[in-house]
Ligand binder design. Structure first.
Ligand code: SF4
Length: 221
């Protein structure tokens, strides 16, 4: 397990204070990705050191494991088991590219909440991520048979047009949260530009949509 950094104070979800563990590395290279230093990192602290840090700062009731891409780490189940042994709720943020790992985590009851990042309409996945959407679709099907809490999250980034969002509204089946793009530190520097956040447009999508801005979540009607 390679951990880029641990944040012991993060955000609140369901009245639980969550810290964050960022795993090092991701094999994808989405141009809009705003954590290039984490994605390219091959080093970091061990899972054991990350657990020690969490233990020393026990004010959180849960940990969100994000990245990079946590499901690429072979010993993720061992790490999550350590978190569960501390009595913590566990959240995973993933690109959905490793449904087999996700299935393992679910079957072993190592995760309480899964957030799958859907990055574009299915037909545009190769252009945006360099990968096809097959595994992501499999991960979502897995979620539908799971009794735990899950959602789909989408960053509205410069590679997604309004037409793309309309297509996604037809393709996505599940609770859908849209968040604004953050320019400034993108993998593809040509995308580091201000991007229009049009909430009226999102509210007009024929879909139940939630938005998360400044850490606050709202449902658009
Ligand atoms: S956006 Fe997610 S999947 Fe894409 S490169 Fe960044 S961490 Fe990897």
């Amino acid at each position: 397990m390679r951990v880029y950094k641990v944040e012991v104070q993060g955000f609140e979800w369901n009245n639980i204070l969550f810290g964050k563990v960022y795993t090092s590395g991701c094999s994808w290279r989405c141009g809009y990705c705003f954590v290039p230093e984490i994605v390219k990192s091959k080093t970091g602290m061990s899972g054991k050191d990350a657990i020690s840090k969490i233990k020393m700062n026990r004010i959180v009731g849960g940990i969100c494991v994000t990245g990079g891409e946590p499901t690429e780490q072979k010993d993720l189940p061992i790490f999550l088991k350590e978190l569960k042994l501390l009595g913590l709720k566990v959240m995973i943020e993933t690109n959905g590219d490793h449904p087999d790992m996700l299935e393992k985590l679910i079957k072993r009851k190592l995760v309480d909440f899964v957030r799958i990042d859907v990055k574009a309409p299915w037909e545009k996945y190769p252009e945006v991520t360099g990968h096809g959407p097959h595994n992501v679709k499999r991960s979502i099907e897995l979620m539908k048979d799971w009794s735990g809490y899950w959602e789909i999250i989408t960053v509205w980034h410069p590679m997604i047009s309004k037409d793309d969002l309309i297509k996604m509204a037809n393709q996505i089946d599940g609770r859908w949260v849209i968040i604004p793009f953050e320019p400034g530190n993108c993998l593809d520097s040509s995308l580091n530009k201000t991007w229009e956040w049009d909430e009226d447009f999102l509210a007009g999508l024929k879909k139940d949509v939630w938005v998360r801005t400044k850490g606050y979540e709202r449902r658009l009607s």
